[in-house]
Design a protein around this ligand. Structure first.
Ligand code: ADE
Length: 228
């Protein structure tokens, strides 16, 4: 079995590379990919750089060039649900693109013709995540993740995203990875730990908690590998 673990920023994969230790770097299409082995699983770990285009490119390479059969995204997110606090884990039930706007043609926000408005993630992988959470007594919220090429640091914008998409968390890559995996028929899940509340303080909070929250998410993913 060959599994991709994708992050957006180097901080999101550093805990994984430290844990797997003995890995082999392959450079391809403008990114570095780290091949490792863990308990009989072949892993390819990479960070895409920020945003939907970079994440879609890296996800495509992981699936079509490296031949990964499942993809797990690990990283940090801004909280939309007031239930979610710094360091809390959220797994996407489905993902949407909050910055897509062709409402001028009568479409709802986030909708692209001939595409899914909300892309569901893989129930089996989400089930594995829930199993890890239960066995370790970790709270894991399942909910909608909204993705866009914007760092949200504005309570009004956050509230708009909550109302428009019923989102629980937001970030800048998940839905584009979902489009790639769904189109290619590859099971995926998106796991995120909260780094900020997407409000006026979000920039400071992100800087303060990026490393610690990224570690929470990465360690959880390592727990998932034991159950695949
Ligand atoms: N990732 C983590 N926090 C975020 C925010 N506030 N906006 C967009 N992406 C994020």
């Amino acid at each position: 079995m060959k599994i991709a673990i994708l992050g957006a920023m180097v901080e999101e994969i550093t805990p994984l590379l430290s844990f797997f230790g003995n890995h082999h770097k392959v450079s391809y299409a403008g990114n570095d990919y780290y091949e490792a082995h863990y308990k009989g699983i072949d892993l390819v770990i990479a960070y895409s750089k920020i945003g939907k285009v970079n994440a879609a490119l890296t996800a495509s390479a992981l699936l079509m060039h490296f031949g990964c059969e499942k993809l797990i995204f690990s990283g940090v997110a801004g909280a939309v649900s007031p239930e979610l606090k710094i360091g809390d884990l959220v797994i996407a039930s489905s993902l949407c693109q909050h910055d897509v706007d062709i409402t001028a043609f009568g479409h709802p926000f986030g909708f692209i013709p001939e595409s899914k408005h909300f892309i569901p993630s893989d129930e089996r992988l989400n089930g594995v995540a829930k199993g890890v959470a239960q066995s370790k007594g970790i709270a894991l919220k399942e909910g909608i993740i909204a993705t866009g090429d914007q760092f949200i640091a504005d309570s009004l914008k956050k509230e708009w995203i909550r109302k428009t998409f019923n989102a629980d968390a937001l970030e800048m890559e998940g839905a584009s990875v979902a489009v790639v995996c769904d189109t290619l028929g590859v099971p995926f899940c998106v796991l995120r730990a909260i780094s900020d509340a997407a409000d006026m303080e979000a920039g400071f909070s992100f800087d303060e908690f990026l490393v610690s929250s990224a570690k929470v998410s990465a360690e959880f993913v390592i727990g998932m590998l034991d159950r695949l």
